[in-house]
Design a protein around this ligand. Structure first.
Ligand code: SF4
Length: 471
């Protein structure tokens, strides 16, 4: 019986089986940022411990960094304090800081792959839920809590349960105007926000295989929103082409050896899965969330479902969603007025996301509606530089978008980019929980960057395929 990539990578990294039944797993790469590391460093200090493998630990700043100007000191004193604390800790422990000053800063899940730190077959941990993004490269990538950040800093290992593996095959092909974001929202819509609990998701099938690495990252990023602990794609030529020549990937003969090893880690054709789900690419539409979980979504031309359409145990949160979003069953989502459009985040803040937006916006010859505040926030300084080099900033600014500095921005709004009051935001991010974007009553509609751009240009939820004449 063959093995899955998950089993092979897991087995390679097991240090010990613990009396609790969990496994002690060696972590190959530890990514840290300013929000979840301070308490972990303080706990280390409290116990007189150091960082065991600083050479396998990399830091950046993303959540709190302002996107209007990165000049120090930040106007928000708490943000400045968190940044200063991170700077002190990386210096004290000899950790490489991918910093704004070096032009290497960005959202932790954008810069890891960009730098070539994220590699197939590795185990990756970060104190952030969307660490699942890195699974796109065939890694086991786990979001961890603060006490686990402490554990990894101190021991480079993590106590963890072994997961079951569900293979999700997306077969056939996507129709024009349907993106990776729609695929991942479709998967969550079908399997539910808790459907993946206890599982690693292995994404496969012709739709996934044809995806670029940026698209695979979008899909893996949202695994956690479907309840899965992590998600991954088996590495292939697309993976190797993306990684070759990046700053932290092996070079010369070491590269050839690495690729041969990575190939051996792919799931075997006779691997046994705990579950298999098959979805057809042709059935996926541009998707918009209407509620307060990423699973409460419909096709852009659909209507808000009735409470009775849901299992009894989900009806409470459905009622809560109608009330919070001020939407009713039977209502069309299309035409919902939006106040803010946000294109960015670790789900959809990469160069190819903006490339597509620029292509569509330029072709439409339209500008952002006057009542809409539209933010374009690159996922990293490198993405931002590339956009400026290609003139995308000028095209977007001319069309009425604000072109910002790199960071998490309005995805979580731990910086000045926040919704106000009951504003509705068309967002390319990954969470639409109550109050997620900085206003306790703000409302988030998740969708692809193309759909956010369409909403910005029309002032309401729009079928981007019609607006941009995609057929
Ligand atoms: S972009 Fe959003 S989801 Fe991603 S790391 Fe930042 S706050 Fe978290």
């Amino acid at each position: 019986m063959g093995q899955t990539l998950y089993e092979k990578v897991f087995d390679r990294h097991v240090v010990a089986k613990l009396p609790s039944g969990q496994y002690q797993l060696l972590i190959g790469l530890h990514l840290i940022h300013e929000v979840t590391s301070p308490q972990a460093f303080s706990m280390l200090d409290g116990r007189g411990l150091g960082v065991l493998m600083p050479e396998r630990t990399f830091a950046t700043v993303d959540h709190i960094i302002p996107t209007t100007s990165q000049l120090r000191p930040y106007s928000d004193s708490l943000a400045e304090e968190m940044m200063a604390f991170l700077e002190r800790n990386v210096k004290k422990h000899g950790i490489r800081f991918l910093s704004p000053a070096r032009g290497e800063q960005g959202i932790v899940h954008v810069i890891g792959p960009e730098a070539g730190l994220t590699q197939p077959g590795s185990t990756i941990a970060c104190g952030d839920s969307h660490t699942s993004t890195h699974g796109a490269f065939g890694a086991i990538a786990l979001g961890i809590g603060t006490s686990q950040v402490r554990d990894v800093l101190a021991s480079q290992t993590l106590a963890i349960d072994k997961l079951k593996v569900r293979r999700i095959e997306v077969t056939g092909s996507l129709r024009p105007g349907v993106y990776a974001k729609d695929v991942t929202l479709h998967v969550i819509g079908k399997l539910g926000v808790n459907g993946g609990v206890g599982f690693a998701y292995e994404y496969a099938g012709s739709v996934i295989e044809r995806m670029t690495m940026d698209e695979r990252m979008t899909v893996c990023n949202m695994s956690i929103e479907g309840g899965a602990r992590c998600g991954y794609v088996n590495p292939d030529e697309t993976t190797y082409r993306y990684l070759e020549g990046r700053p932290f990937t092996p070079k010369g003969e070491a590269w050839q050896r690495a690729v041969a090893d990575w190939q051996s880690l792919r799931s075997d054709s006779d691997a046994r899965y705990d579950d298999t789900v098959t979805l057809r690419g042709e059935e996926i539409e541009p998707i918009v969330t209407w509620g307060i979980t990423p699973g409460q979504s419909i096709g852009v031309n659909g209507t808000i479902p009735r409470e009775a359409d849901f299992p009894v145990n989900e009806r409470g949160i459905v009622r809560e969603a109608y009330e919070y979003m001020s939407l009713q069953a039977g209502q069309k989502i299309r035409g919902t007025k939006v106040d803010v459009a946000f294109i960015g985040s670790c789900t959809n803040g990469r160069l190819s996301d903006f490339e597509e937006v620029v292509r569509l916006v330029r072709g439409a010859g339209l500008t952002v509606r006057p009542h809409v505040r539209a933010l374009v926030v690159p996922g990293s300084q490198a993405v931002r530089r590339a956009m400026i080099e290609k003139g995308y900033d000028q095209i977007l600014i001319a069309a009425g978008f604000e072109f910002r500095e790199a960071g998490c921005s309005m995805c979580l709004a731990m910086n000045p980019d926040k919704l106000q009051g009951r504003e509705v935001c068309a967002s390319s991010s990954n969470r639409n929980f109550k109050g997620r974007q900085g206003s306790p009553t703000g409302r988030t509609l998740l969708m692809s960057p193309a759909m956010v751009a369409a909403a910005a240009l029309t002032g309401e939820v729009t079928d981007a395929r019609e607006l941009f004449h995609v057929s």
